[in-house]
Design a protein around this ligand. Structure first.
Ligand SMILES: [Mg+2]
Length: 121
């Protein structure tokens, strides 16, 4: 079993041990993923971009880094919860998505320039 599948199993057990499944719908979990993503985004709101990069890359502010880690983990937990509720393998979905992106963004065409997004056909 891969590490991601182990994590998905951990989430399933966490939910079942608390009898929370009956309160969770895929819609609620999707909304939760959005809320958690916005909590992560809120950490960056009104902050100077260069100062932020310095704080993060130089690990100058451990409290701030801990908040980023916590909120990122919340987003990840929300994604795992959706996969658990909807009954799909997140690892498989992720690998499939990466293959799709690899095709869409030909590395020879977009190398070094993220603005070169292919037009829709
Ligand atoms: Mg949170």
């Amino acid at each position: 079993m891969t590490d991601l599948r182990k994590l998905q199993k951990l989430v399933k057990r966490f939910i079942d041990e608390r009898d929370w499944r009956r309160f969770q719908t895929t819609k609620e979990l999707a909304m939760n993923a959005s809320v958690e993503a916005n909590e992560l985004l809120e950490l960056f709101l009104w902050q100077n971009e260069r100062a932020l990069d310095k704080k993060i890359l130089n690990k100058e502010d451990t409290v701030f880094l801990k908040k980023i880690k916590n909120e990122t983990a919340d987003v990840f937990l929300a994604c795992l919860s959706i996969a658990d509720q909807a009954g799909f393998d997140l690892e498989e979905a992720f690998v499939s998505k990466m293959k799709e992106l690899d095709k869409r963004y030909d590395k020879k065409k977009v190398y070094g320039d993220p603005r070169k997004i292919p037009s829709k056909e």
